[in-house]
Design a protein around this ligand. Structure first.
Ligand code: ADP
Ligand code: ASP
Ligand code: MG
Length: 409
């Protein structure tokens, strides 16, 4: 008997037929004698529709009210799936995030999970129930409802699996696993059978939407293996886990290409060249929980610098307001906000030991007449900010250039 946490994303629970399919899949495992905890997302595009609805009524709705609204999406699914299981004759019960004991920071719309007190889940499992938990949500110490950020149900699932010491955490989605790049953009992409937490973390952080980056972080921290697979077939998917050194050496230098369209670039010109200027700008942003990705500081003229950085486009409005205040504080002459930026990254564990990988990336982009606006590197990735119009060309060229295209049959 194993304790299994399964998570089903929006497309896997999009309509009654899908919910029945999920219920059958959960029941199959339960019938084998396993204890089941199931995390679900909102049905189909429900979250997007709720956001549109809110915008129609208030363009600048508070983050608190958005969390209140968006958390209802997952609540519909938990009760519908539970009812379906009940109708099939199974003992099942649904829990919202806070009923499941998920305590988060007091940050609306992208709260991190602080702890999980899963005793209600454990009690119900012991009584033989299938427990269905709403993904993407939790509550603060004072009882405020919070959400974990788009795609956050993955993190609910891996965090629950870690807290419950589950034997498996399976993330069911609409593709067969983690691919060398998004198979919707590059049909030649192929499925990766096994990937390390570190590489997966970089791919997810750099935009591979198949997993929420924070679920990979949690998996890595607690050693919780993640199996990403399709809810539409029984094919083996991708195992995300710790790799030993030997396996890493066998890796190719580049194992995947990730991209993110949702990037904005901000520049502040004529920032005083003195200690503390950069600290001030980035402290203000961090206080508002705005993640900054790439940063470039370039001497502009004597005693003045240009500071450019990238953020998620979702944070652009908030950042504009903050940077206009900074401009005033620094007596800076100008600011610039560009939204049609994208980021393309190559990721691979063997990259540090393969000099020339970055050079090859820049060469491939240059041969395709793609201008690089910013560069960032880590031990296992190289990222370039480029014009969004060039993105598809860049991803396809890099995928082919690094030998990732599926060999022709
Ligand atoms: P879910 O609703 O199940 O959480 P998501 O839409 O969040 O599903 O994630 C699955 C999607 O992620 C796929 O349909 C695919 O288009 C996209 N994706 C992006 N990068 C990758 C990748 N490297 N491998 C697999 N899928 C990817
Ligand atoms: N429903 C949320 C979203 O669409 C969370 C999730 O699906 O993981 O982002
Ligand atoms: Mg997802």
């Amino acid at each position: 008997m194993a304790l299994i946490v399964q998570k089903f994303g929006g497309s896997s629970v999009a309509d009654p037929e899908c919910i029945r399919r999920v219920a059958k899949r959960v029941a199959e495992e339960y019938d084998e004698g396993n204890q089941m905890v199931v995390v679900v997302s909102a049905m189909g595009d429900t979250t997007d529709h709720l956001i549109e609805l809110a915008k129609e009524l208030n363009e600048k709705a508070s983050a608190r009210e958005m969390d209140m609204l968006l958390s209802t999406g997952e609540q519909q699914t938990i009760s519908l799936l539970t009812m379906t299981l009940n109708a099939m004759g199974y003992k099942a019960i649904s829990f919202t995030g806070w009923q499941a004991g998920i305590l988060t920071e007091d940050v609306s719309s992208k709260a991190k999970i602080l702890s999980i007190a899963p005793h209600r889940i454990e009690e119900k499992i012991a009584e033989g129930y299938i427990v269905v938990v709403a993904g993407f949500q939790g509550a603060t110490e004072s009882g405020e409802i919070t959400t974990l950020g788009r795609g956050g149900s993955d993190t609910t699932a891996v965090a629950l699996a870690s807290a419950l010491n589950a034997d498996f955490c399976e993330i069911f989605t609409d593709v067969d696993g983690v691919y060398t790049t998004d198979p919707r953009m590059v049909p030649e992409a192929h499925k990766i059978d096994r990937i390390s937490f570190d590489e997966m973390l970089e791919l997810a952080t750099m935009g591979a939407g198949v997993l929420h980056p924070r679920c990979v972080e949690v998996g890595k921290e607690f050693g919780t293996k993640i199996h990403v697979r399709s809810s539409f077939n029984h094919n083996p998917g991708t195992i995300v886990e710790h790799f030993d050194g030997k396996a890493i050496e066998k890796q190719m230098s580049v194992s995947g290409v990730a991209f993110d369209r949702n990037v904005a670039k901000i520049s502040i010109f004529d920032v005083p060249d003195r200690p503390g200027s950069a600290a001030r700008i980035f402290k203000v942003l961090s206080e508002e929980h705005i993640n900054v990705d790439m940063i470039i500081q370039a001497g502009q003229r004597r005693n003045e610098n240009k500071i450019s950085f990238t953020i998620s486009s979702d944070d652009l409005d908030k950042t504009k307001t903050l940077m206009e205040e900074m401009k005033w504080e620094f007596h800076a002459k100008d600011t610039e906000y560009i939204d049609n930026i994208a980021k393309v990254s190559i990721v691979g564990a063997g990259m540090i030991t393969n000099p020339g990988v970055a050079a090859k990336m820049f060469d491939i982009l240059a041969k395709n007449m793609i201008n690089i606006q910013m560069i960032a590197t880590s031990e296992i990735k190289v990222s370039c900010a480029i014009n969004e119009d060039d993105l598809e060309k860049a991803v396809k060229a890099l995928h082919a250039g690094f030998g990732l295209d599926m060999p022709a049959e």
